[in-house]
Ligand binder design. Structure first.
Ligand SMILES: [Zn+2]
Length: 308
């Protein structure tokens, strides 16, 4: 009898272990810290080409274009920061990096989230970290140019900012994925594209890759793969059509606020280095070409995504 009881005890422990493992692997909220140098991309249907007209109206497709950064935080009043979606916490303005698990509007405030943060960072993203010289203008020029070409193709475009005299929080920018910025509804945008330029001793164009699992309850299946594919397609077009050198994807920043809080496919471009003299010259002279390349990359992605 005693032997059987011990045997049964081990069987129960084994079953419990299997149950816990299954529970963990099925959780969307589990954050994984893999260090794969090759970002996951989702293979698109290769038998479809742009010549096969997809069965959709481009005007039904909403694309959010996010011109990165904006007005310097030192130039913004407290009222302006508040109305731009920034949060005042512990004596400073900023943005929370995540929503709480399972929520799409409740900021994590440091608890109840994946805890995915930049190395040595926290859930808190101070507004001052978004301050940039020169980059806001470059990003806006590229974004406005991309908007023109995407609208020419027939798409419906939303901008997160329209001037260099504003700097919405990332959380506020992401609300443009929803009808009338109403986050209580379902997102109606198909893709969200962050348009940035890089800095810090380098040159060339790249995109930032996502990795692992993300918290947002509304992200589509294959969120990581589709987002990386979108970034790759757009970056390829920019490199093919401008003198900017094509760089491999940036794989060390998968914890960006935009990735953590975005509810739809999210591409993130780092177009040229604005602090590199030669790239800066290109950025100032090729915004029309860059915008056209962005439009072509986005169109290719959407056509392949929706082609039947
Ligand atoms: Zn958090």
């Amino acid at each position: 009898m005693k032997k059987i009881a011990v045997f049964e005890f081990f069987i129960i422990i084994a079953l419990l272990t299997v149950f816990i493992v299954l529970l963990k692997s099925g959780s969307k909220n589990q954050s994984t810290a893999q260090s794969s140098p090759t970002p996951a991309v989702t293979a698109m249907p290769t038998d479809k080409t742009l010549a096969n007209t997809p069965d959709f109206n481009r005007s039904d497709i909403i694309i959010v274009l996010d011109a990165g950064h904006g007005k310097a935080s030192s130039q913004m009043s407290d009222d302006e920061k508040e109305s731009s979606g920034w949060t005042y916490y512990n004596g400073e303005w900023g943005d929370w990096r995540h929503f709480k698990f399972g929520k799409k509007t409740d900021d994590c405030m440091g608890v109840g989230c994946s805890g995915r943060v930049t190395p040595n960072g926290t859930c808190w993203y101070p507004i001052v970290n978004s301050d940039r010289l020169y980059e806001p203008e470059i990003n806006l020029n590229n974004t406005l140019s991309a908007k023109r070409y995407l609208e020419e193709l027939g798409y419906t475009i939303r901008l997160t900012r329209e001037t260099n005299d504003e700097n919405p929080s990332i959380t506020k920018r992401l609300s443009y994925c929803y009808p009338d910025n109403d986050t209580s509804k379902s997102p109606d945008a198909l893709v969200y594209l962050c348009i940035h330029s890089n800095a810090g001793s380098g040159s060339g164009t790249s995109y930032i890759a996502l990795r692992g699992e993300y918290d947002h309850p509304e992200i589509p299946d294959n969120y990581v793969g589709f987002s990386n594919t979108l970034g790759m397609y757009v970056n390829d077009e920019i490199a093919n059509n401008t003198p900017l050198k094509k760089n491999p994807p940036i794989t060390y920043e998968p914890e960006l606020v935009a990735f953590c809080k975005c509810p739809v496919i999210c591409g993130y471009l780092e177009i040229g280095f604005y602090d590199n003299e030669s790239d800066f010259e290109i950025l100032n002279n090729y915004s029309d070409t860059i915008g056209k390349a962005i439009a072509q990359g986005v169109d290719r992605f959407i056509c392949e995504l929706l082609a039947k």
